[in-house]
Write a protein that binds this ligand. Structure first.
Ligand code: HEM
Length: 585
């Protein structure tokens, strides 16, 4: 029986092709033949082109001169350039392309016919932050508004035309009308709202909303199993942050906004990589739906708000939520070609910026607190030391924010998980960057993920805590321990930052990390939400550790690389966990 099966099976391959009805093998053979011939002919110039680019690349690196334009990193395919490698294997490819002879370097790469400049060496990155001409975030606005947040081309044209810079005084040579200075209007509004005295009301709003959500959690003093730690943080931290920035009415009017938002967030990497709309019709529809929900909020708030709605602190109101949102209504709608649709795209961008990175990083910080042996006990001791003795349930937020261990956990989490690109461009003049040179109008990118994993800079305690592992104390400098602190011993004194004489206790330190710890970018365009972020991450993780016990279940953490270049990475799979309230006396 088995023999006959074998015979039948093998006969399919051995019988004379002329005796069966199969299509003749000849055309297949010909196709293969022609493919090989034409492929061979076409690949000859590609190979020559690549060999020439490779030689030039090394030649330029070996003959470095002052103010050199970074060498072109060779790629096999003209026009496409490095786009495929960056999309598939971004971090490894970028690291290779921006290193030379064991050092970080600058490189030019072709991406879809356009040359992009990548600067990763500490010297150039630090020089970038100091350059006034590179202070504008407008190139990042244009890219994200058009690709990610769906702004129409007519409205976008106003952003493209704005070469006046982010400062009150326009760049020399710029002729943009004051009401069309969307770069300055947007950036200065954000700085006013999220830094200095403007920050307190938003931070306070966040805390109130977050604590209310914790109180209402369906968790008691027995273990409750939950399937997804990130979803838990989206509910308690993400929603509280959204509400702190945009107020309660947007979410009340649109009960599905939060869920729709996180479904959209999953597709942000697709939008950012320019995947055509017809491939992700559902995601495009969902984004349109979010924009409509934001517009319905505008209509309601316009109808119900009046000046008497503003709270005593001069910031919050129940309809617009904050001075920031009211201000954007008054200023951005006056700019050329702007309407509710364009403003809703810009506000979707602001909401996205305020939650999409801080929520997963708060989750990772908390996850490590509960996973690293002995860490949660140290965190609770730190929290206890800041407790108000007259009212133990009230925490001294200012003192918590200064706590060295909590600050170090916050900084280490951003170092580990934040892999953002930030964009710089000088519209009116060439600029010098360290040993390199960026011609005017060209786009420069820096990726924080590459800088954060540079083993030549970061202290690993002689390899005990490698750069790709979480070390809660990495950012603590102990004046009695010369091998402590974030920068590797042996890296030049000035860069490492020496402990000052008056410090005797271990302290949190970012000394010597200019150009190396860069989760927020730098210079004038640095993320305006960074102080709010420290509040969100540090306070939410510390309060959760104080009030709850959590057991992280599931196996080894796997990360998805989809968000590489766009901020904080996400876990690849849901992280199951158990939670219970702590019993306190
Ligand atoms: C882990 C959390 C966060 C990270 C890693 C992060 C990172 C960044 C980076 C790298 C940029 C671009 C800077 C540049 O172009 O040089 C940026 C811009 C921005 N961030 Fe954040 N951010 C975070 C949280 C926040 C929060 C909580 C807000 C709150 C509103 C916020 C608001 C913004 C805004 C509005 C911009 C663009 C505006 C401008 O430059 O004018 N971010 N952020």
């Amino acid at each position: 029986m088995s023999e006959s099966i074998v015979a039948v099976t093998t006969s399919q391959f051995t019988e004379n092709p002329a005796s069966c009805n199969c299509p003749s093998p000849v055309p297949v053979g010909k196709t293969v033949y022609y493919t090989l011939v034409f492929g061979g002919i076409f690949s000859i110039p590609l190979c020559f082109n690549y060999a020439f680019a490779w030689t030039m690349y090394h030649w330029q690196h070996l003959r470095v001169h002052e103010r050199q334009i970074p060498p072109v990193y060779p790629s096999f395919l003209p026009y496409l350039g490095s786009v495929i490698e960056l999309a598939i294997n971004g971090q490894t490819y970028l690291k290779r392309a921006t290193s030379y002879a064991g050092e970080m370097a600058a490189a030019r790469m072709t991406i879809l016919g356009k040359e992009i400049y990548f600067f990763q060496d500490r010297e150039s990155v630090a020089a970038m932050w100091k350059q006034q001409l590179l202070s504008s975030p407008v190139e990042a606005y244009i890219y994200s508004l058009s690709y990610i947040f769906g702004m129409k081309e007519t409205a976008l044209a106003t952003y493209r035309a704005d070469d006046s810079g982010p400062f009150r005084k326009p760049y020399p040579g710029s002729n943009v009308r004051s009401q069309d200075r969307v770069d300055h209007i947007t950036h200065s509004g954000l700085l006013k709202a999220l830094t200095g005295s403007g920050l307190a009301p938003t931070a306070q709003q966040f805390m109130e909303s977050f604590l209310e959500r914790l109180d209402n959690l369906p968790a008691d003093e027995n273990w409750t199993d939950m399937p997804d730690l990130l979803k838990f943080f989206q509910d308690v931290v993400g929603t509280a942050s959204m509400q702190a920035v945009a107020g309660p009415t947007l979410l009340k009017l649109n009960p599905t906004f939060v869920d729709d938002f996180w479904s959209y967030d999953k597709y942000v990497p697709w939008f950012a990589r320019g995947v055509p709309s017809f491939i992700m019709l559902g995601a495009v529809k969902n984004r349109g739906n979010l924009i409509n929900q934001i517009k319905s909020w505008y209509a309601y708030a316009r109808q119900h708000f009046d000046e008497s709605s503003i709270s005593k602190d001069g910031d919050g109101d129940p309809f617009w939520g904050s001075e920031l949102m009211r201000g954007r209504q008054k200023t951005l709608l006056l700019a050329r070609n702007q309407d509710d649709d364009s403003l809703a795209s810009a506000d979707l961008g602001l909401i996205w910026a305020s939650v999409s990175n801080s929520t997963p990083t708060a989750m990772f910080a908390t996850m490590h607190m509960f996973k690293e042996p002995g860490l949660v006990a140290r965190v609770r001791k730190s929290v206890d030391s800041q407790r108000d003795s007259n009212n133990p349930s009230a925490l001294d937020v200012e003192r918590l924010l200064q706590n060295p261990l909590l600050s170090s956990i916050y900084a280490e989490t951003l170092r580990m998980y934040v892999k953002s690109y930030f964009v710089a461009s000088s519209p009116h003049a060439d600029v010098a960057l360290g040993r390199g040179w960026l011609p005017k109008g060209e786009i420069a990118l820096v990726n924080s993920g590459i800088a954060h994993m540079d083993a030549r800079v970061w202290n690993t305690k002689s390899g005990v805590y490698p750069v790709d592992s979480f070390w809660a104390d990495r950012f603590i400098t102990d004046p009695r321990d010369p091998s402590s602190g974030p920068v590797k011993p042996g890296v030049e004194r000035q860069a490492r930052g020496e402990p000052t004489a008056e410090k005797t206790e271990p302290y949190f330190s970012l000394d010597g990390l200019e150009g190396s710890w860069i989760p927020y970018g730098g210079g004038h365009a640095i993320c305006p939400g960074r102080f709010l972020t420290k509040n969100l991450i540090l306070l939410s993780s510390a309060v959760i550790a104080d009030r709850f016990d959590i057991q992280i279940l599931g196996g080894h953490l796997k990360l998805s690389s989809a968000k590489f270049g766009l901020g904080s990475l996400r876990p690849k799979e849901a992280i199951p966990f158990r939670i219970k309230r702590r019993v306190t006396d």
